[in-house]
Write a protein of this length. Structure first.
Lengths: 251, 185, 632
């Protein structure tokens, strides 16, 4: 084995210094299921779906620095069982009613559920009360589906330079808040062209009046499972631009 | 189908819809001409298709819809007590589904708005006939009330998904849907 | 974004607070805490003013308010009474007292009284387990609540007596030191350790001298000037001192890694976020031995080359703030802090105290650093570790209060003196916070290697009507042991501990102990990662289901599965250990669980008959058909 490779399920994966395990894996065509990781943003490590086993210990592969000689196990029954449970937990935590969700078919959580063979949330559903924010003329926020991945938080701060979104509360009470004293999206400076509008993996941030535009069969995850598509999307370069000075306190 | 399976006694199957819309039953019927080979393997006990009112001992119970009232609980328990294998079919049975969209509302507020304070109502009264089942304060998926053996998600699951699932099960294979057949919408 | 001017009711107190923190984004939490203290809430207008004044997005400020239990955008009344809800408070009848107070004040638990005067609720352990049950009123700690004292408190609240006019006697807190060893017995005087440290010289030809010369070239400091700090570091390494916060990392290695980390600025942080239920030793150290703590921090600064230190003090210990600040002022006056400490050119170091605001997870060192930076206390991804990327991404040494005390003594007496005490793998002594079912709760200092039985004898456990059933070592994230294990020893190699030592006698129900801890973890989960956020809530609900008499063997199996998921994937120790109290007690006291279980292998997840209560009320029905049995 050369200096800059590690093993993913026995396959040799080359990496660049500074890459994490998932970054190197996806770039080299090795799929590791993931949810809060997005190739354009700094890895976050909160959903834990990308957990892998490395030299006997588990770690989130999106934040684990790639190192020469690591032996990474990902596609094993044990790890996939764990991922299934984590996805089930997310389904039980929020109110995910796919039949009425306009993100259905384009939803990352749903697509992961399909690929991992999640037939039921299994657990007792929490059925939280999460009122929607329909204050904005063009944008709807349906918090019922929020999985707290913070992609919108990251996009709005790092790319849009606005910090429209942040998280408040803690534990099961953790929730998304917007950057307005009134607490309403209409009073923020969000725009339809914002990066934050594109990144929601589930159906929280929605453009009004465009729902259900794609017929069933033509939606993103209808033709191919997410495992096939994630690899195609993977080697996108980081956006980099638009650092928000107010967002990051002296990084 | 394999010959040994056909040689066996037909499997007895019961189906019902609780807090559901019968859409899953429509999807069962949508397996179309494959119903004939299927009926070579199974026979129906309690089901909207047979109009048998109570479930007897069965091999498989298929329940559509979630649990929204006391009667749903009784019927589900009847199925659980009589069926060796219990299958939750469709979004409502698996997650609570559409009826569970009321779960963020207070049941008392709902009842009083609909029956007492809605504009145009006069001398409103909340129905209280003992014949009527009382609603639960929330709608629940089946697995929160009884042990469920298998789940087929979808609103409704496609006929192909139901066919694949049942033929796997009847042939003794662990049912597996795979891409295109497993869906939640 | 423009905002209307703030509520005039907030002026001018708010302006004064904001002026102190103007343009300092890292001060968000400190500003919010002061606003909360002054106005009993951080109103949406105040959130906006903080955002503007400190230069932080409003949503992020709101996120900080929402994270900490002691902050809130809604007022919780002119008097907010919080009952400490550790298991030891429970055992002393805190819930009965809470109910009594609610009755006297005409208020429902968790709700604001109709006149807006008062609210009554529970909070996580306040660190007064040796003198419980304890409460906080507007953040001020009151120990030993009895029905009589509660009566007086209720009268003071109803008479709307300002807190400053409440009798001081109510707030009197005891130290309850019961056993002293080398640390608590030392005749330490401020400056003792520093004077020895700065006087250390390199032994000619020693490794330290070689290192000093090598570093002199690298760090641009004369080799002789490095001899004393490096020799001090050498003493810490030689002592085998290990961190007292629970994890037991070797302190000398941590300091050395921090010193070696690239970068000019370094920080020393003292973790006084003593949140583990059942522990209170840091409270006593900070009250009776604060000079030792600060001296240890200063020794660390000397050894690693830091100029700024922080003491992160848990919000529950707010009452220690003024006395600690006075001690800091005295140390500055004595040239034990500030510029050119003890006349050593370039030895500049000072300490600021930051207060927490009710978040157990901030005891995790990277979460603590986030909190110090004014943010939500969410543990960071590691690596990188704080020794290289800590406060403001600069090399930072975070140590426990007790670790710094020990470090000061090692600087004074030398590493060989220290390592001779305790066991081979656990040098020195350990302070135990003994509480629960014993005659003499309080602080006990023992050399490492002391068996649990010895501690139990000394504190008078099992001397009364009931013998000792179990001891929870190191709080809920530690381990629960039963009588067959009382010969086990307090030591990193056997029973490592952050200090909590909670005794349960045979009258106690260990299931209820575990259930209390399950509620604690669910309440304190930061919510960052999926497994802990959802898993701790599931554990709490399952324990409640078992308590309600609806548990099954299936539920116990589910907890085992949950534990596996949390161990494999939780982001930090809180999640990893959340199931430990349940599994420990299940293993040792299984009948206490089993007698609650239904014989069935499945029970509904919720109370079926209870779920019909609203419909029964609305329809006025109570016939047989209007009820559901849990078992068909």
């Amino acid at each position: 084995m050369t200096d800059n490779t590690f093993l993913l399920d026995g396959e040799e994966i080359p990496f660049q210094p500074g890459q994490t395990v998932i970054q190197a894996a996806l770039a080299a065509g090795g799929y590791i299921p993931h949810l809060c990781y997005h190739p354009e943003f700094k890895p976050h490590g909160s959903c834990k779906v990308c957990t892998v086993k490395v030299n006997g210990r588990t770690a989130a592969s999106c934040t684990l620095p790639a190192q020469a000689g690591l032996e990474v196990e990902s596609d094993t029954d044990e790890i996939n069982d764990l991922r299934r449970t984590l996805v089930q937990m997310l389904f039980a935590e929020g109110n995910h009613f796919c039949p009425s969700c306009e993100k259905s078919g384009n939803c990352t959580l749903q697509a992961l559920g399909y690929d991992l063979g999640v037939m039921t949330a299994g657990f007792r559903h929490f059925f939280p009360d999460r009122p929607v924010d329909a204050s904005h003329p063009d944008i709807l926020l349906d918090f019922n589906r929020c999985i707290l991945c913070e992609l919108c938080v990251r996009a709005s701060c790092e790319v849009d330079d606005k910090c429209v979104f942040a998280l408040s509360g803690r534990g099961l009470g953790k929730h998304l808040v917007v950057n307005a004293e009134s607490g309403l999206l209409a009073d923020t400076d969000i725009a339809l062209t914002d990066k934050a509008m594109e990144v929601c993996p589930v159906g929280v941030i929605l453009k009004k009046r465009v729902g259900f535009a794609q017929p069933i069969g033509q939606r993103r995850y209808d033709p191919e499972p997410i495992s096939a598509q994630a690899l195609r999307d993977a080697p996108r370069p980081p956006a980099g631009a638009g650092h928000c000075a107010a967002c990051e306190v002296e990084e | 189908m394999n010959a040994p399976v056909e040689a066996k006694k037909k499997l007895r199957v019961a189906t019902t819809s609780l807090a559901g819309c019968f859409g899953c039953h429509m999807s069962i019927l949508d397996i179309d001409e494959r119903l004939f080979p299927l009926l070579g393997l199974i026979e129906f006990d309690r089901s909207p298709l047979t109009d048998i009112k109570h479930c007897g001992p069965c091999d498989i119970g298929i329940v559509e819809g979630g649990i929204c009232n006391a009667e749903n609980v009784h019927v589900l328990r009847e199925f659980r007590n009589n069926c060796k294998i219990l299958i939750a079919i469709g979004a409502c049975a698996v997650t609570g589904g559409l009826p569970a969209q009321r779960n963020h509302l207070d049941l008392g507020d709902c009842l009083s708005e609909v029956y007492l304070t809605e504009p145009g109502l006069e001398n409103g009264l909340i129905p209280n006939d003992p014949e009527l089942p009382l609603p639960l304060d929330k709608v629940h998926p089946l697995h929160e009330v009884v042990k469920v053996d298998y789940f087929i998600p979808g609103c409704p699951p496609s006929a192909d998904a139901i066919w694949k699932f049942l033929t796997d099960l009847i042939a003794g294979r662990t049912p597996k849907l795979g891409h295109g057949l497993i869906k939640y919408d | 974004m423009t905002r209307p001017q703030g509520d005039p009711a907030l002026e001018p107190g708010l302006t004064l607070i904001l002026e102190r923190h103007l343009g300092k984004p890292h001060h968000v939490l400190q500003a919010l805490r002061e606003i909360q203290e002054a106005f009993q809430c951080v109103s949406p207008q105040a959130v906006g003013r903080v955002a503007d004044a400190l230069g932080v997005p409003l949503a992020r400020v709101r996120g900080v308010v929402g994270f900490y239990a002691f902050l809130g955008e809604q007022t919780r009344g002119r008097y907010r009474v919080l009952f400490s809800d550790n298991i030891t408070d429970r055992m002393l009848g805190n819930m009965e007292l809470l109910a009594t107070l609610c009755e006297k004040l005409w208020v429902e638990q968790g709700r604001l009284s109709e006149d807006g005067l008062v609210s009554v609720d529970t909070t996580s352990c306040t660190g007064l387990c040796d003198q419980g049950p304890a409460i906080l009123v507007n953040g001020r700690a009151i120990p030993r609540v009895t029905p009589e004292r509660l009566e007086r408190i209720a009268e003071l609240i109803l008479a709307q007596t300002p807190m400053d006019a409440w009798p001081a006697e109510l707030f009197a807190i005891e130290d309850n030191v019961r056993r002293r060893d080398i640390l608590l017995n030392d005749d330490f005087q401020p400056g003792d350790a520093l004077r020895v440290a700065v006087a250390r010289v390199c032994v000619p030809g020693s490794e330290v001298e070689a290192a000093a010369n090598e570093r002199s070239w690298r760090e641009g400091i004369p080799g002789a000037a490095l001899c004393a700090p490096l020799s001090t570091l050498e003493e810490i390494k030689r002592s085998n001192l290990r961190g007292r916060g629970g994890a037991g990392f070797t302190t000398g290695m941590k300091w050395e890694a921090c010193r070696n980390a690239p970068g000019k600025e370094r920080y020393v942080v003292c973790n006084a976020d003593e949140g583990e239920p059942g522990t209170f030793k840091d409270r006593v150290l900070l009250r009776a031995h604060a000079d030792l703590v600060f001296e240890g921090m200063t020794v660390c600064a000397y050894a690693i080359g830091a100029h700024q230190g922080f003491l992160y003090l848990r919000g529950e210990y707010r009452f220690l703030l003024e006395p600690l600040n006075e001690i800091l002022a005295r140390r500055r006056a004595a040239n034990l802090l500030g510029k050119d400490i003890l006349g050593q050119a370039g030895f500049d170091f000072d300490i600021d105290i930051h207060l927490g605001a009710g978040a157990y997870v901030c005891g995790e060192e990277s979460a603590l650093i986030e909190s110090l930076e004014g943010k939500r206390g969410v543990p960071r991804n590691r690596p990188p570790y704080p020794v290289t990327h800590g406060y403001l991404q600069k090399p930072t040494t975070v140590n426990n209060v007790e670790t710094f005390c020990a470090a000061a003594l090692i600087a004074k007496h030398g590493g060989d003196w220290y390592r001779a005490i305790g066991t081979a793998k656990s040098a020195g002594t350990k302070l135990l916070s003994v509480a629960g079912d014993c005659a003499r709760p309080g602080i006990y200092e023992y050399p490492f290697g002391t068996p649990v039985r010895q501690v139990l004898e000394d504190c008078g456990a099992g001397a009364g009507k009931h013998s000792t059933l179990a001891v929870q070592i190191s709080g809920p994230s530690g381990v629960c042991i039963d009588a067959s294990e009382f010969e086990r020893r307090i030591a990193f190699e056997d029973l490592p501990t952050a200090g909590a030592f909670t005794v349960f006698d045979t009258s106690r129900d260990m299931f209820e102990v575990a259930r209390n801890y399950a509620h604690f973890f669910a309440h304190e989960s930061c919510g960052f990662c999926t497994p802990c956020r959802v898993g701790t809530a599931m554990l709490r609900d399952t324990m409640d289901k078992i308590a309600d008499g609806h548990g099954t063997a299936h539920d116990l199996a589910e907890i085992q599965e949950l534990d596996k998921v949390l161990h494999m994937s939780a982001h930090c120790g809180l999640g990893h250990t959340a199931c430990n109290p349940t599994l420990d007690t299940l293993k040792r006291f299984r009948p206490m669980y089993e007698r609650r279980l239904k014989s069935l292998d499945f029970e509904p997840a919720f109370d079926l008959d209870g779920a019909l209560a609203t419909a029964r009320r609305m329809t006025g029905r109570d016939d047989a058909g209007a009820h559901l049995e849990m078992e068909p």
